[in-house]
Design a protein. Structure first.
Length: 589
């Protein structure tokens, strides 16, 4: 019964330790707001820069697996080149050693009260109390994220302390000591490290368990060394699993991670055992503790990086030989990589990039459709249909990905951005539908050999110019987030509404006078309706951009209030657009 209780206590401590790591990672991710990932994306122009950035980012995120998985995603989406990824992977291995050093603080002992307080197991309860106090009264923002990091740190340290206290009595059990000394066999030690780390999907966690076992005083350092080597290989399993189904370069990035650790392990152990055979290292028989394990872990990763850094290109070539050229991987939507879901802010950036591409394609499609009214071409018509289908696919892929992001741990700012993008991509897609409607009108004009009167052509030209400008304004504001530019959309939308009413009146007069055929009139009416609805969708996009700043999506209420209060900026722009798109004075129809 006592053994079962100890096992349950150890597992409970391990669960607290792992959950603490997870909570810390979530808090750090929210606090950074995707900035760490953006830094990795932009500042890895050289292998050395990549190494330094990988080190810093992993040290801050407290998870090398998260960094390497992110790198696999970067390479898969084309954001990062394979040569850049090599340096980041090396740096991530070094950065992963920070956790071991934090955990090693639990081994601090002494009679001095100040020394005692340096031990995390002693001050962690205080940290937890402070964090809970903040979380009780603060529900969002930086303070909330900092408190999340603190509570995660406290749980991690308390979990570590629980594991250590549980296994300490095992020092007097001969069978336990014999099991630990078994791993002095390098093959068994390496295999043990690989298996445990692969199961836990975290080298930091497996190193933490090893440090907890070292508190028994029954683990020789000579047995710990091969286990630590195996742990570094085992952590590669996360990136390898992550690369399944990815492009060839993403697989190569994961393979580089594996080769880096395997080659480092072989070199390190070979040199260690050769030197031990010659010099008979005394420290191999000494008892391992948290600090010595942290030292070995750090020395191995730093030494491996130093030795293999000059051979980064060779590692890349080796990965290319291992993962050969095969079927081309479709990278059109590779930015929507599932690996980025664990970093919502960065993933949202990828959605925004693709949404801007979607808007640009829609604007081009609409411009081509408008040109078809005066210069019909079947090949261009087929391209317009193909582009509209691509826009539909953009909306489907981005929308699905954004809904997946909603289920992640996201900040309020991220939630607003997701809502904005979901609203806007719907309106952008509808504009592309109206581009196809415009194409159909052009096809009817061409097929039936219909033509508008000169007056109708001039009025339609002005109306189209206003529509083209509102699309440009709305899409530009969407791409840049320029709220001032977004506020110029609604005044122009009002002008377009007025123009439509005027053009309809003039059209009716021409019909009465017999200066326009009924068939041409139907086409003109369809065009006026389509362009007016395009303006409405542009208004939706602009108002959504404005309203997101106020945390509300009451679009109609905002527009009505804007017009009722006679906003000075609105009136100024409305007057300017009215003059710019004034219809020609009455003349011959």
């Amino acid at each position: 019964m006592d053994v079962l209780l100890r096992v349950l206590t150890f597992v409970g401590g391990l669960a607290l330790f792992l959950y603490g790591m997870k909570v810390m990672n979530i808090g750090l991710e929210k606090l950074s707001g995707g900035k760490l990932e953006r830094i990795l994306e932009r500042l890895t122009s050289s292998t050395l820069k990549g190494l330094l950035l990988g080190l810093v980012v992993t040290a801050l995120m407290q998870c090398s697996s998260a960094t390497t998985v992110m790198v696999v995603g970067f390479v898969n989406s084309g954001i990062m080149q394979l040569s850049q990824a090599t340096g980041v992977i090396m740096g991530a291995n070094i950065g992963s050693t920070v956790t071991a050093w934090l955990i090693s603080l639990t081994g601090i002992e002494g009679d001095n009260p100040f020394i005692k307080m340096l031990n995390p197991s002693n001050f962690s309860p205080i940290v937890a109390i402070i964090a809970v106090g903040i979380l009780t009264f603060v529900k969002k923002g930086k303070k909330y994220n900092i408190a999340t990091i603190l509570i995660g740190f406290a749980m991690l340290m308390i979990g570590m302390s629980t594991m250590s206290d549980t296994v300490k009595p095992l020092a007097d059990v001969p069978e336990f000591s014999r099991i630990l000394t078994m791993f002095s066999n390098p093959v068994l030690g390496v295999l043990c490290g690989i298996v445990v780390t692969a199961i836990m999907q975290s080298s930091s966690a497996s190193v933490g368990i090893l440090q907890a076992l070292s508190s028994t005083g029954a683990l020789p350092l000579g047995s710990a060394i091969p286990i630590i080597m195996g742990q570094n290989i085992g952590t590669c399993s996360t990136a390898l699993i992550s690369s399944v189904g990815a492009g060839k370069n993403a697989k190569r990035a994961a393979v580089i991670h594996l080769y880096f650790n395997v080659i480092g392990t072989v070199l390190f152990l070979a040199l260690y055992y050769i030197a031990d055979g010659i010099f008979n290292f005394a420290f191999a028989d000494t008892v391992a503790n948290q600090v010595s394990i942290a030292i070995v872990h750090t020395v191995f990763n730093v030494a491996t990086a130093i030795v293999l850094f000059p051979f980064a290109k060779l590692l890349e070539k080796l990965a290319r030989v291992t993962v050969r050229e095969g079927k081309h991987h479709d990278e059109n939507y590779a930015r929507l990589d599932k690996r980025f879901l664990s970093s919502p802010s960065f993933a949202i950036d990828q959605c925004r990039t693709l949404s801007v591409q979607m808007a640009s394609l829609t604007q081009t499609t609409l411009a081509d459709a408008i040109n078809m009214l005066t210069d019909y071409d079947e090949a261009t018509g087929e391209e317009i249909i193909a582009n509209e289908n691509r826009v539909d696919e953009y909306e489907d892929k981005i929308g699905t990905y954004l809904l997946q992001l909603n289920s992640q741990h996201i900040t309020e700012a991220d939630s607003k951005e997701i809502s904005l993008l979901l609203h806007c991509i719907g309106d952008i897609e509808r504009i592309s539908d109206h581009a196809v409607n415009t194409l159909e009108a052009a096809e009817e004009l061409h097929r039936k050999n219909l033509e508008f009167s000169d007056k109708a052509k001039e009025e339609l030209r002005i109306y189209i110019a206003a529509t083209s400008e509102i699309v440009g304004l709305a899409f530009s504001a969407f791409a840049t987030g320029d709220i001032k530019q977004a506020k110029t959309v609604e005044p122009l939308e009002e002008v377009i509404d007025n123009l439509r009413n005027e053009l309809k009146k003039h059209h009716v007069k021409r019909l009465r006078k017999g200066k326009c055929t009924i068939e041409a009139g139907f086409v003109l009416s369809d065009l006026l309706t389509n362009f007016e609805r395009i303006a409405d969708h542009c208004s939706n996009i602009a108002v959504c951009l404005i309203q997101i700043q106020e945390g509300s999506f009451e679009t109609h209420e905002y527009i009505n209030e804007l017009k009722k209060t006679e906003d000075a900026f609105f009136l100024e722009k409305f007057t300017g657009f009215t003059q710019k798109y004034a219809l020609p004075k009455k003349g011959k129809d």
